[in-house]
Ligand binder design. Sequence first.
Ligand SMILES: NC(=O)c1ccc[n+]([C@@H]2O[C@H](COP(=O)([O-])OP(=O)(O)OC[C@H]3O[C@@H](n4cnc5c(N)ncnc54)[C@H](O)[C@@H]3O)[C@@H](O)[C@H]2O)c1
Length: 271
Amino acid sequence: MANNLLKGKRGVIFGALDEQSIAWKIAERCVEEGAKITLTNAPVAMRFGKINELGEKLNAEIIPADATSMEDLENLFTKSQEVLGGKLDFVLHSIGMSINVRKNRHYTDLKHDWMLKTFDISAISFHKMMQVLWKQDAMNDWGSIMALTYIAAQRTFPDYNEMAESKALLESFARSFGYHFGEKKHVRVNTISQSPTWTTAGSGVKGFKEFFDYADKMSPLGNASADACADYCISMFSDLTRMVTMQNLFHDGGFSNMGMNPALIDMPEEE
Ligand SMILES: NC(=O)c1ccc[n+]([C@@H]2O[C@H](COP(=O)([O-])OP(=O)(O)OC[C@H]3O[C@@H](n4cnc5c(N)ncnc54)[C@H](O)[C@@H]3O)[C@@H](O)[C@H]2O)c1
């Protein structure tokens, strides 16, 4: 259901790889709500992903950018403002990648040069992106910047591996840059901590099915879907949430506040 919540707004969406990507659903919802957007992803994703399909469907220009390259980011935000006809109202960071996870390295035996790459792609890219937006003065007043994260930043999920530290860093950047962006531009910066979701990045985590099923049972509302995440994101890009900033917002069906759930241990509740 569309309510024109983003009518007249301009935004940039990172991270739509295929129709399962959370960013894919968010991009579709943004356009449905009246926004004009550009799409971006790593140059390599242009070849094996389906972003071109999405670009055509949404009539959105695709501007490739490696999110670790300041030069690519400068080009992306300059071009996006040209194409969209003005400064930006919202930006979504939906990026994650770990070579150690991909190669199944155990947490006690990680390669640290790969770890640095993981931090650069999955977290420092958020700072790089905001630094370019800041220096170009590319955000409109009362704009909204958002990144997607996971609760392994606060609690231990052994198979999530070094992505846990990446997410902790990512969430910290939201708070620190959120202060500066708030003071100078009334721009808000937040992270949404999403339930496990079946995507290319998600299902790359070892034992993802167990991960997914456990969270689904533990959460009173069940796992939040990518579509539900898109709805939440729309509210965070809209003018209805202007005073929310520097927050890590759990979008997880209640998982983050559960201690134990009888449903999970097959123990009948007493009357
Ligand atoms: N799937 C889950 O269970 C889950 C849960 C919580 C949070 N998240 C987060 O949501 C975000 C999106 O992931 P997803 O699950 O939709 O998976 P996805 O694989 O569809 O998206 C990850 C994206 O990162 C992009 N990317 C990788 N390296 C890049 C680079 N150098 N420059 C630019 N882009 C690059 C990929 O091309 C891809 O589009 C990630 O931050 C992820 O950690 C996912």
